[in-house]
Design a protein around this ligand. Structure first.
Ligand SMILES: Nc1nc2c(c(=O)[nH]1)N[C@H]1C(S)=C(S)[C@@H](COP(=O)(O)O)O[C@H]1N2
Ligand SMILES: [Mo]
Length: 334
């Protein structure tokens, strides 16, 4: 069986986040992707990425609107690790609304229409509100935070994000006593997002956090990266970044933030509950059922002989967030 590990470059499945269930059911999109064989698809994907990087139709720093920010004072928010090149961060993406290949979002997301944009805050709050993006941008001071982002597939990046703590917004809307979870609903417009309607996932892409996770100062509502507004492929005009969880918890192109009582079902959890739990905290000790999570490949260090890095508990944010999970069995609540 070729599909045995996630992200070592040789036996990479088309995308390891595509579920075994989806593969098993042999849906048509998948079959088409599979036509060249798994190894062929992996090679094609790398070739496509390299070709794209060289042809460079991506947006370079300086081409997008500047989004000035002060350096963050939030504990743990400014890793000193080497920042990933903008080119890599903006051409190696997961954004399934624009295709399942890492190079698809940079190629296809130009069709996303980010103005006008509204984010609705609703559900169990005293002050539900619809925020125009311009107002949301001004709600609190923009900060730069340099976070690691680790994908469940086994790659990671270090990105200077711009935004502010989601808690700033949450405090304004005043959650009610029975609000225990927050559901994040992202844009699902088949006219501008070519893969919405494909059977890979249920649309819209939905994610969720427990209220205390959403209130944690490291949970970032992000509008930009590298000192500029977000490029479309990175989740423009507003996304979440939850640095201690696997990348898929960080929903892109948010349109609704809903306060609820019960743990929400999320896109990846609906697709394969046994593979993607609600918590999805980065945890080197809990393997994905189809591959280990003990190590990771840092994008930019991905030569054939580059050493893998050891994955850190909570992606290295244990000092800041470990308390949120005191007493919980993290094998059960994965
Ligand atoms: N709406 C939406 N948000 C999404 C995704 C997606 O497919 N759709 N992919 C997730 C996954 S799997 C990861 S790893 C991160 C990747 O962010 P990046 O592509 O900007 O690095 O976005 C997350 N947010
Ligand atoms: Mo991911």
């Amino acid at each position: 069986m070729l599909i045995k590990s996630s992200d070592d470059g040789f036996i990479h499945p088309i995308s390891s986040e595509i579920t075994s269930r989806t593969l098993y059911e042999g849906r048509r999109d998948m079959l088409r992707l599979m036509a060249g064989g798994v190894a062929g698809a992996a090679l094609a994907s790398w070739a496509a990425r390299d070709a794209l990087a060289q042809a460079a139709p991506f947006q370079r720093p300086g081409k997008l609107a500047a989004l000035p920010a002060r350096k963050s004072g939030v504990a743990g928010a400014m890793t000193l690790e080497k920042v990933t090149d903008y080119k890599d961060a903006s051409t190696y993406n997961n954004f399934y609304e624009f295709g399942t290949d890492k190079s698809d979002p940079a190629r296809n997301a130009h069709t996303l229409k980010t103005t006008p944009w509204t984010v609705e805050v609703e559900g169990l709050v005293r002050k539900p509100a619809k925020y125009a993006l311009e107002d949301l941008l001004k709600l609190s001071a923009q900060e730069e935070r340099i976070y690691r982002l680790r994908c469940v597939e086994g790659w990671s990046m270090v990105i200077p994000w711009v935004g502010y703590s989601l808690s700033e917004l949450i405090k304004r809307v005043e959650p009610l006593g029975n609000a225990r979870y927050v559901e994040f609903v992202t844009q699902a417009d088949p006219k501008t997002m070519p893969f919405v309607g494909s059977s890979v996932l249920e649309w819209p892409y939905v994610e969720g956090l427990r209220l205390d996770e959403a209130m944690h100062p490291l949970t970032l509502l992000s509008f930009g990266m590298y000192g500029e507004v977000l490029p479309n492929q990175s989740g423009a005009p507003v996304r979440l970044v939850v640095p201690w969880k696997y990348g898929f918890k960080s929903g892109k192109s948010l349109v609704k933030i809903r306060f609820v009582e019960k743990e929400p079902r999320t896109a990846w959890n609906k697709a394969a509950a046994q593979e993607y739990g609600f918590y999805s905290n980065v945890n080197p000790n809990v393997d994905h059922p189809r591959w280990s999570q003990a190590t990771e490949r840092r994008i930019g260090e991905d030569g054939l002989f580059a050493k893998k890095r050891k994955t850190l508990m909570f992606n290295g944010y244990e000092a800041q967030v470990g308390q949120l999970y005191a007493g919980m069995d993290l094998k059960k609540y994965f």
